[in-house]
Design a protein. Sequence first.
Length: 180
Amino acid sequence: MHCPKCGQQQISNETRFCSRCGLLLSGIARIVANDGVVLTQKTGLTGNIDSPKRHGIKQGVFIFLLTFLVVPLLAMVTLLFNIKPFLPAIGALLLGIGGLLRVAYAFLLESGVGGRADIDGQHALPPMEHRGELPGSQFVPASAYSSPGSSWRDTNDLQRTPGSVTDSTTKLLQKDDTDQ
């Protein structure tokens, strides 16, 4: 698979970001697998994609309203089997209070920013300036670099550094031997 933005070939179809430009690639492999057919996105009643906050509120209200269906059914079961009415009480607590807690959680802690859904159907944040991408390349042309000037020397012009202590001692000893 190749990145649709920069053309970089990707190592695998499961790669989430382009290694060159940083483009978010989640879902592009799915489009390629479906021969270019773009899957429809989940939308709310208004045709817009629900924010996580709105989705959580709807979910909490649904759970709360489910209480009015499940609790009477549980009450009928307790009457039918002539058992103590602990099932309707547990159902009312779990569904009623659970639904209200879900609504409170959505109001207080979930993002109210409506975003776009990616191909997987998960909510993503609205597009910001290059969100989820690697920083752009910092290209410096070769003409910006210049030689250091007159102090520049070729490597052949460099003088050899003195050898090790052993080399210089050996040379001195050989010199003494020739003198005697």
